[in-house]
Ligand binder design. Structure first.
Ligand SMILES: [Zn+2]
Ligand SMILES: [Zn+2]
Length: 239
């Protein structure tokens, strides 16, 4: 009731366009902005989560995942990396607007909580940054988003278990074929036994080719993780 009155007299601003939002829910991104980012829905690849070009039919494995099954069990993006979701991620990561973490985490929560509940995870792990990148940016976006998710899902959050031990070039600057080699051997676990026998959710802001989460999953599976899925706020539409 109090929140209703506060929203009526002081309506919240949209995190993206800064317009007032009457009847705002929890996310605080207005309808108009949200329509610029398409939610990812079936049919899509049941492993890497790439959306198929058609609206017809059911989800199944894509050609790439049939040819070589990734080390993760599934990768799920909430929205395509476009429009307001892309702008919010840019503001968050590159302009240091850390308050964007909440709407981004909530957008992920709204779409992927069901998948995560069905998966029934033991641990949530953020994709780590190299300490040089951490110094440049000042924060790890995957940790900030993951903290909100872990609290809502009531799942333990292990922010320091997985580490990035080698500097890698940003994946966006590389051809798809070079990305797996770029991240090979870039991750390690501080205490491998903590991953053994666990069902793990990896968290990141954006999934591009999936090479980064694939390499993280490799490390976790080698340490005996039972199952690994990756959840991201956004996903690019092509591998
Ligand atoms: Zn807006
Ligand atoms: Zn696939």
């Amino acid at each position: 009731m109090l929140k209703f009155l506060v929203d009526m007299f002081f309506p919240p601003l949209c995190h993206n366009c800064r317009e007032f939002i009457p009847n705002a829910g929890r996310v605080h991104v207005c309808e108009k902005c949200l329509t610029t980012s398409r939610p990812i829905q079936s049919p899509m690849c049941s492993c890497c989560g790439i959306p198929f070009a058609t609206d017809e039919g059911i989800s199944h494995l894509c050609g790439n995942c049939i040819a070589k099954h990734p080390p993760f069990d599934a990768a799920c993006g909430a929205y395509l990396y476009e429009g307001a979701v892309k702008e919010l991620i840019h503001r968050f990561k590159y302009d240091g607007r850390v308050q964007c973490r909440r709407p981004l985490a909530l957008l992920l929560l709204e779409r992927l909580s069901g998948v995560v509940a069905d998966f029934s995870p033991d641990l949530i792990i953020p994709v780590p940054l190299h300490k040089k990148r951490l110094r440049q940016r000042g924060f790890n976006q995957a940790i900030l988003i993951g903290e909100v998710l872990a609290k809502e899902w009531r799942v333990p959050f292990e922010r320091r278990l997985l580490q990035r031990i080698r500097w890698t070039e940003p994946q966006v600057n590389l051809a798809a074929s070079e990305r797996m080699a770029n991240v090979k051997g870039a991750f390690a676990l501080r205490e491998p036994k903590l991953a053994s026998g666990k069902r793990i959710v990896l968290v990141d802001d954006v999934l591009t080719t999936g090479s980064t989460v694939a390499e993280c999953s490799n490390v976790l599976k080698k340490a005996g993780a039972l199952a690994v899925i990756a959840v991201t706020v956004a996903r690019v539409a092509e591998n």
